[in-house]
Design a protein. Structure first.
Ligand SMILES: *[C@@H]1O[C@H](CO)[C@@H](O)[C@H](O)[C@H]1NC(C)=O
Ligand SMILES: *[C@@H]1O[C@H](CO)[C@@H](O)[C@H](O)[C@H]1NC(C)=O
Ligand SMILES: CC(=O)N[C@H]1CO[C@H](CO)[C@@H](O)[C@@H]1O
Length: 575
């Protein structure tokens, strides 16, 4: 990695005697207040609202920052909420009072246009609401905050402030596309998650914009890599609309080689660090062009996305969010201490440094669970493990990422309920798909989609679907099943994941795992009890597949790694 990159984050660096680096983020910890109770970790938003309301004492000077913030609100230069004439807290309070009394006297559903002129006379601009009622609510939240600041109204008011219209999401590695990509190397759940997320975000933005009475078109761009050798996917297409959205697109920007040419082929996510700085520059030019200005927020996913989001956010001065559900550091034992042994394969020296930069510069970090941040009794959290660690001979983080920072917020992910619903909802079941699923699970012959067969169909199915890599340890599950006679008598095993032949894959971990699958099936003579189906990409059919497994009284199994023991967590299939 170019050392210039490291200079972009604000913290304290010191060269140590052995030429390695010491990093102490706390040396510059000037103003951000921190949570104190472990139980409040992950509730940063609440904390910030409480902190802000405690700063507003009711005295006019204390309102100044809030007033300045509102005065700065605009959409492409057009003022929102208040105009420049409201330049003191007193004036703001007076305007709110007048407007509140006025809208309270109107029919609730009166459209904003009908009283827009009145609002303007008081110095109020668009953005309070689309009807008399929504305006009244927003005015009231702010009045309450100004009179007697409290965190609840503070949060309510900020949830109404129109500040985000365009969003850029970086998901760089793998093949990011809408069809024929799942199962290609480094390409898995994240593509589906992000496309779902984009649809949900667009809907949310549209609703908010409408509720605020604005006539603004939101824009969402998913930034990924353009891969000229696209392997039959659309990854060589620069701009592609996201299906089932109106205002969202995938924008692909190529990696450049040293001589300035487009890099043609896919590269593993572990090998992409040399390209990222240039990529950040090239994408920022494209983004500014397509959005006709800066985005309001950038979000990164995974190390590469987060690092580029950091670079872009510091360059353009926009809010940065991080969603890094799967950090590599905690996936491999002692990956920090043993970085040297693994570096030729994984380049953790780059990856952990990039993660640290991204986590530190992010304005907020979304985690899905408390455990992900702060761990449990017997396991450190993946973020917590970035507080203090050493990569011997390279660098030492004296104070790294602090989980008590209010930037950490928990938002549990949802599932698309039109795809994933309980198997008991008989009327909704996709019976049309049953013949295909029947073939997938029970046909006798091997073909290029599946290997092995289930001799006794009356047994329940133990089922797992995941990428075929070391961390997901599907081969561990197969081994465990193979060794357990009793279990083999009772249940069948169905695995969906990876490709079936090593020659079809060009991902080094996957190739190893494919070979292992074959040798385990031979070693334990599993044919007749196991069905190994290659990675499946049809989401809707997969939803029904889960339910068909549930019909057999089956169970979904996820192999979880826990320090040095491997626990197989079995959860009853309720879907
Ligand atoms: C990032 O670094 C700053 C100092 O530069 C520090 O105050 C802050 O706590 C760090 N953030 C996190 C999440 O650790
Ligand atoms: C995978 O599972 C096997 C069997 O349970 C276990 O021995 C092995 O250590 C696991 N591998 C990883 C990388 O967790
Ligand atoms: C929310 C989200 O999309 N998270 C994904 C980020 O990328 C990692 C690694 O590819 C996925 O595991 C996460 O699910």
């Amino acid at each position: 990695m170019n050392p210039g990159l490291i200079g972009c984050c604000c913290c304290f660096f010191r060269a140590r005697d052995d030429n390695s680096l010491e990093v102490d983020f706390s040396a510059l910890d000037l103003s951000t207040p921190h949570l104190t109770l472990p139980s409040s970790i992950g509730n940063g938003m609440q904390f910030v609202s409480r902190f802000m309301s405690s700063k507003l004492s009711g005295k006019p000077e204390s309102m100044k920052p809030l007033l300045d913030y509102l005065l700065n609100l605009n959409y492409r230069g057009e003022k929102l909420m208040i105009s420049d004439t409201i330049d003191t807290a007193d004036k703001l309070q007076t305007a709110l009072l007048l407007a509140e009394v006025f809208v309270a006297g109107l029919e609730k559903s009166t459209p904003y246009q009908n009283f827009e002129q009145k609002f303007q006379e008081w110095g109020l601009e668009k953005g309070w609401g689309d009807t008399a009622e929504t305006c009244r609510e927003t005015l009231n939240f702010l009045s309450e905050v100004l009179q007697a600041p409290d965190p609840i109204n503070m949060e309510k008011f900020f949830s109404r402030v129109p500040s985000v219209f365009s969003i850029v999401i970086f998901s760089i590695h793998g093949y990011f596309g809408q069809e024929k990509v799942l199962g290609l190397p480094d390409t898995g759940g994240q593509v589906v998650y992000i496309l779902d997320q984009v649809r949900a975000l667009e809907e949310e933005l549209l609703q908010r914009i409408k509720r605020q009475g604005l006539n603004v078109t939101p824009k969402i761009l998913v930034l990924t890599r353009l891969i000229p050798d696209a392997k039959g996917t659309k990854c060589n297409v620069e701009l592609e609309p996201v299906e089932h959205t109106k205002h969202s697109s995938i924008l692909r920007v190529p990696f450049k080689t040293d001589d300035g040419k487009d890099l043609r082929q896919w590269v593993s996510r572990f090998d992409i660090y040399p390209y990222l700085e240039r990529y950040a520059q090239d994408s920022s030019v494209k983004i500014l062009d397509i959005l006709e200005g800066k985005p309001d927020m950038v979000i990164g996913n995974y190390t590469d996305g987060n690092l580029v989001a950091s670079l872009l956010s510091s360059k353009l001065g926009v809010t940065q969010g991080t969603i890094a559900h799967a950090l590599e550091k905690t996936k491999y034992d002692d990956s920090d201490v043993k970085w040297r042994e693994m570096d030729h394969k994984y380049h953790f020296s780059c990856q952990f440094t990039a993660d640290m930069i991204a986590m530190n510069t992010s304005d907020f970090i979304i985690a899905s669970t408390y455990q992900e941040i702060a761990g449990s009794k017997d396991k450190p959290g993946q973020y917590e493990s970035h507080y203090a660690f050493t990569m011997p001979g390279l660098c030492r983080y004296a104070t790294g990422v602090n989980v008590f920072d209010p930037k950490f917020n928990i938002a549990a992910p949802g599932a698309d309920q039109s795809v994933y619903f309980p198997f008991t909802q008989k009327q909704a079941r996709l019976t049309d798909l049953h013949p295909q699923i029947e073939e997938l699970l029970y046909s006798k012959e091997d073909n290029d989609e599946h290997l092995g067969y289930l001799g006794d169909r009356s047994k329940p199915i133990i089922f797992s679907m995941a990428r075929l890599d070391k961390v997901k340890n599907i081969t561990g599950l197969v081994e465990w099943y193979g060794e357990n006679r009793k279990l083999r008598d009772l249940v069948n095993l169905v695995i969906v994941g990876g490709l079936l032949e090593p020659s079809q894959s060009n991902d080094r971990e996957e190739i190893e795992e494919i070979n292992k699958m074959h040798s385990l099936m031979d070693k334990y003579q599993l044919k007749g009890q196991i069905r190994w189906i290659k990675a499946q990409t049809e989401r809707v059919r997969n939803g029904e597949l889960y339910r068909c497994i549930a019909d057999t009284r089956g169970a979904f199994v996820q192999v979880k790694k826990n320090s040095n023991t491997v626990k197989h967590e079995t959860q009853a299939l309720t879907m």
